[in-house]
Design a protein around this ligand. Sequence first.
Ligand SMILES: Cc1cc2nc3c(=O)[nH]c(=O)nc-3n(C[C@H](O)[C@H](O)[C@H](O)COP(=O)(O)OP(=O)(O)OC[C@H]3O[C@@H](n4cnc5c(N)ncnc54)[C@H](O)[C@@H]3O)c2cc1C
Length: 293
Amino acid sequence: MDLNTIEALVPTADPAEWREGDAWLGGGTVLFSYGSQTLRRLLDLTSAGWEPIEEDDDGITIAATCTIARLWQAGDPSGAMVARWPGLGVVRTCCDAFVASFKIWNLSTVGGNIATSLPAGPMTSLCAGLDGVATLWGAAGVREVAVADLVTGDGRNALVPGELIRSIRLPAHALESRTAFRRLSLSNLGRSGVLLIGRRDVDGAFVLTVTASTRRPVQLRFAAGALPDARNLAAALDDAIPAALYHDDIHGLPAWRRDMTYRLGEELRLELLGGERAGGDHGDPALDHGEGA
Ligand SMILES: Cc1cc2nc3c(=O)[nH]c(=O)nc-3n(C[C@H](O)[C@H](O)[C@H](O)COP(=O)(O)OP(=O)(O)OC[C@H]3O[C@@H](n4cnc5c(N)ncnc54)[C@H](O)[C@@H]3O)c2cc1C
């Protein structure tokens, strides 16, 4: 779509240059498909030339302008990066969750996906699931916000006007973990209705990140000494996700999203905790929690 209100394309990543009527431009797949009657300028972040992915002993930094195609390369299961950081095993499944066209795959950016803040944003899922911390640049300076807290609702986030996502830092403790992924959609090539990432950290902790079924990311953490059995996990989901937090749109009813969250959460618990289940197995929690609660 033509954005015919645009008067200028400005190559900058300097928040001091932002003014009312401006939008940061990543891949443009949202900006050019949703359209706008109010935007006057696009501030092109891709002109900054940020290195897409940087690695050091403490983790990985993903530039906001890193494309989905570039990230997918880093998630190569036989590649050096995944060998060093097994937590990256969920990169490709998250990229694939876009069910994306050529354009989305090659142009859309990690930062643009998180800033769009759709419940089904797979880069939000990935970065929240790996305890990613976003570095934000704004007129008031630099700040850091966990990705799990940055997205606050359907199309809502904690960015203040003019603030941009510079990068996402994935810390070593999450990258060293064993990860597992579950996703469901109502149709074969449909948008995610439920997307869960489970993590088993080196210190034995179990972390479950719920996205897509909920309006914003929800994370459950269990220390090595307090690993959940099926009933504990279901109770923790009860506590963490009130009924109103389940998302409701054409990609899934809240009751279905809720039931599938319990089911997939239990699958991840069994996969990552295996025989170490604390307190015995009390059965399928999905059966204990009827629809519509
Ligand atoms: C056919 C189709 C299918 C799609 N399917 C999905 C899907 O399944 N899941 C999903 O989540 N999305 C989907 N989208 C929406 C969109 O393509 C993605 O969210 C994409 O990742 C957005 O990235 P982008 O770089 O193209 O963002 P842009 O279009 O460049 O920007 C999107 C918004 O984010 C802002 N922004 C961009 N980068 C930054 C930054 N670094 N800091 C602050 N603000 C920034 C922009 O100002 C704009 O408001 C789909 C779109 C289409 C057209």
